[in-house]
Design a protein around this ligand. Structure first.
Ligand code: ATP
Length: 294
């Protein structure tokens, strides 16, 4: 549905993106992750046809995003990182304006979204908080039921309850077959919604991963409190990866093959056992760090 091929843009200051390539399949939710300044917004702006690449291209439904941006923008819902609202508008007048641009006939979907995101659409935009503005932008991106939705940090400024509501909306649209690309700093949001995710750093794609694969790479930390400190010594010295130790309480890092670990541990009297999952954020952070040390 979306093909990004060797996309390259150098700004006069030397920053930008270099050889970015990935594809997003129809009906897929694709996450785009990376630290500040990594090149997420620059890639997304090329997808919307706002920028001409130095090299490479983006196609959406086979149409070149730069050459045919007028057509492409018609079936894409877009939430920019920062929305430039027109001076003096209320939320309602902005949405009217956007609805007219999309040639929308029914306002039913728009009304439903406003209801769910709970905000006063008649407030002047300049008086709105960041979160309220973000809600107006989300309604504008979804209200015309686009086939493709491209969202640049959609939940920034939203409170946890609204983030949850937003995830629900994405999952509902996904069930209808909508294709998504969304950039994010929020790992739980990516974990809940995405099928695959790309990690970008310093303008270069570091990796593209299936979310299930990432989840299986997750290490578990098993914290065992031994009854006797000599048992803690013996087990800690048996070649296992020890994350930390405090007296009889030892934290082991285990990835897969839990049976072997539990069989071994069952030989000792145990006072307590706790399990902590390494979160996906840490897995991603490993990637960021690895790239840095290369
Ligand atoms: N129009 C521009 N002119 C010059 N430099 C730019 C321009 N747009 C972006 N950059 C630079 O290119 C790099 C990538 O920026 P980009 O906004 O794409 O990052 P990002 O991943 O979206 O970051 P954030 O998470 O902070 O939004 C940054 O170093 C940024 O300063």
């Amino acid at each position: 549905m979306i093909v990004v091929q060797d996309l390259t843009k150098k700004f006069p200051n030397g920053k930008g993106i270099d050889g970015v390539s990935f594809t997003v399949r129809q009906g897929e939710v694709f996450g785009f992750l990376g630290p500040n300044g990594a090149g997420k917004s620059t890639t997304i702006r090329h997808m919307m046809g706002f920028m001409k690449p130095d090299r490479g291209f983006v196609t959406i439904k086979g149409m070149n995003a730069w050459e045919r941006h007028g057509q492409v923008q018609r079936f894409v819902g877009y939430l920019p990182g920062e929305i430039a609202f027109i001076e003096g508008m209320t939320g309602a007048s902005f949405l009217d304006f956007m609805a007219e641009m999309h040639g929308m006939k029914s306002a039913a979907r728009r009304g439903e979204l406003i209801e769910r995101l709970q905000f006063d659409v008649h407030t002047p935009i300049r008086k709105m908080s960041k979160g309220m503005k973000q809600k107006v932008g989300i309604v504008a991106a979804f209200m015309h039921a686009p086939e493709v939705v491209i969202l640049d940090e959609p939940t920034s400024g939203l409170d946890p309850l609204m983030q949850k509501e937003f995830i629900e909306i994405v999952l509902e649209e996904k069930r209808k077959g909508t294709t998504f690309l969304m950039s994010s700093h929020s790992f739980p949001e990516i974990e809940r919604t995405c099928d695959r995710a790309a990690i970008i750093k310093d303008g270069v794609i570091v990796t593209v991963r299936d979310m299930h694969e990432l989840q299986s790479m997750q290490r578990k930390l098993l914290e065992v409190t031994f009854e006797r400190s000599e048992d803690a010594d013996a087990f800690a010295a048996s070649g296992r990866t020890v994350e930390s130790r405090q007296g009889n309480r030892v934290r082991f890092a285990v990835q897969g093959n839990y049976n072997a670990f539990l069989t071994d541990i069952a030989q000792y009297p145990i006072r307590n056992l706790d399990v902590f999952a390494q979160n996906l954020e840490d897995i991603f952070m490993d990637y960021y760090d690895r790239k840095e040390t290369r």
